[in-house]
Write a protein that binds this ligand. Sequence first.
Ligand SMILES: [Zn+2]
Length: 75
Amino acid sequence: MIKISIDLGTCFYLSISILILILWIFWERKKTTNKITENNLWQCPICFFEYIDSRSKEISKCPRCKTLFKKSEKW
Ligand SMILES: [Zn+2]
């Protein structure tokens, strides 16, 4: 077995932990931004209210004026 000092071992262990944490944060942030911009952001064609609706895919209901509209009608 390779002999390493406690200092070096601790430093190596901490570096790996921090690296994994940073990668995880970046991955989560990328996932959320994609989710919002591509699928969940809606703009009402009647009152131009912008909101996030993760449940609907084609037809959504505006929370402000209660109008039902299709995704294709998005302006
Ligand atoms: Zn509306």
